[in-house]
Design a protein around this ligand. Structure first.
Ligand code: HEM
Length: 168
């Protein structure tokens, strides 16, 4: 495998990691708490969070696509790679654990994007028009925050398994 092609693959693998995992961490550790403090429970907060979702979630989906593409390219290039479904060494077992954590991230992401966000946006519009129950919005928001924190924990596991695999 040409080292320059591998370097380009790692470059995009790392960029996609920074965008997705860095974005998740920034969201839960800074953006959401500060937006809530600055805008409290107001239509401005609902509008800001809706706009943020519309920009962030497509970026995470694209990052996942880039990570899978470059990851599939990088795997056979590693001397520890033994073949598809061959987990006979520590490296391949760690990459398997990494993939299981990634599947968890995808499930959480899909649950947020297709399970929670449509209902959140509908409820925020109803609440803005004085027709919806703010408690419904609050319940959905808590679910979005819980699922996103679960994604941050799984992301930390992905990086831990990767660091361990890279050290082998
Ligand atoms: C959330 C998704 C993922 C994240 C955050 C992630 C992150 C990373 C990071 C940070 C590295 C280290 C790169 C370096 O050493 O310079 C890496 C390496 C690697 N990744 Fe991923 N990755 C993800 C998905 C995938 C997928 C889906 C695959 C395979 C299909 C994959 C296969 C690999 C391989 C083979 C390496 C090289 C490991 C080694 O050097 O021993 N990754 N990944």
């Amino acid at each position: 495998m040409s080292p320059s092609l591998l370097a380009i693959s790692y470059f995009f693998h790392l960029i996609a990691t920074v965008l997705w995992l860095g974005g998740l961490a920034l969201l839960v550790l800074m953006v959401w708490p500060e937006a809530r403090r600055a805008l409290s429970e107001s239509p401005a907060l609902y509008a800001f969070l809706n706009r943020l979702r519309k920009r962030f979630y497509p970026l995470t989906n694209f990052s996942l696509f880039v990570l899978v593409l470059t990851g599939l390219f990088q795997m056979p290039a590693d001397p520890n790679y033994m073949g598809v479904f061959d987990f006979s060494n520590d490296w391949s077992r760690l990459i398997l654990l990494k993939h299981i954590a990634i599947i968890g991230m995808v499930i959480c992401g899909l649950a947020v994007q297709y399970g929670v966000v449509p209902a959140l946006e509908r409820t925020s519009l109803l609440v803005e028009r004085g027709k919806g129950d703010p408690a419904d919005y609050e319940r959905l928001r808590r679910r979005e925050v819980r699922l996103t924190w679960a994604n941050v924990a799984l992301a930390a596991l992905v990086l831990a398994f990767t660091a361990w695999a890279t050290a082998i």
